[in-house]
Write a new protein. Structure first.
Length: 164
């Protein structure tokens, strides 16, 4: 009688081990996927947290169709020259009537930029460097308050109000 219970316990033990192995084989790939997604999310969050901009000045003159805006990279990450234009958004206009201004459009309204203090001459918008944005408009500016919002590819942005 004792030998049959040992055999039964052995069979049950082997069945339990096989069952555990099957369950683990089913769940481990899912855990690797979750880990990979988490790493990707953390890397994206790190990029967003390290990217920041600050509009330091904007000016235009009454009757002029051009506005100049100076924006400093106050983050910890360089922004590539391709992402400055294609990945950024500029909103500009008088109080209550601002609009999205497209980058390098063939006709106004449009905006373009130059890096005014490229400290290492690499063409990238590095931390502590400033770009000058030139906005070309379809009509001249009139006296009043104007709104500027500049947003980079990560969603980091700054807003600025100025008067003419």
């Amino acid at each position: 009688m004792a030998s049959s219970s040992v055999i039964t316990e052995s069979i049950l033990s082997v069945a339990a081990i096989v069952s555990i192995a099957i369950v683990l084989a089913a769940f481990i790939p899912g855990l690797y996927y979750i880990e990979s997604a988490q790493r990707s999310y953390v890397a994206q969050l790190k990029t967003e947290l390290e990217t920041d901009v600050k509009i330091i000045f904007a000016s235009g003159a009454e009757g002029s169709t051009e506005v100049k805006i100076w924006v400093k990279n106050t983050g910890y990450t360089a922004i590539s020259s391709t992402l400055i234009g294609s990945g950024s958004d500029l909103f500009f206009g008088p109080k209550g009537a601002f609009q999205h201004i497209p980058f390098n459009n063939t006709s106004p309204p449009t905006w373009s930029y130059v890096i005014v203090n490229d400290l290492d001459d690499d063409g990238e918008w590095d931390p502590q460097e400033t770009i000058q944005i030139q906005v070309s408009l379809t009509s001249g500016l009139s006296a009043g308050d104007y709104y500027v919002r500049f947003s980079v590819y990560t969603g980091s942005y700054d807003e600025y109000w100025f008067s003419i």
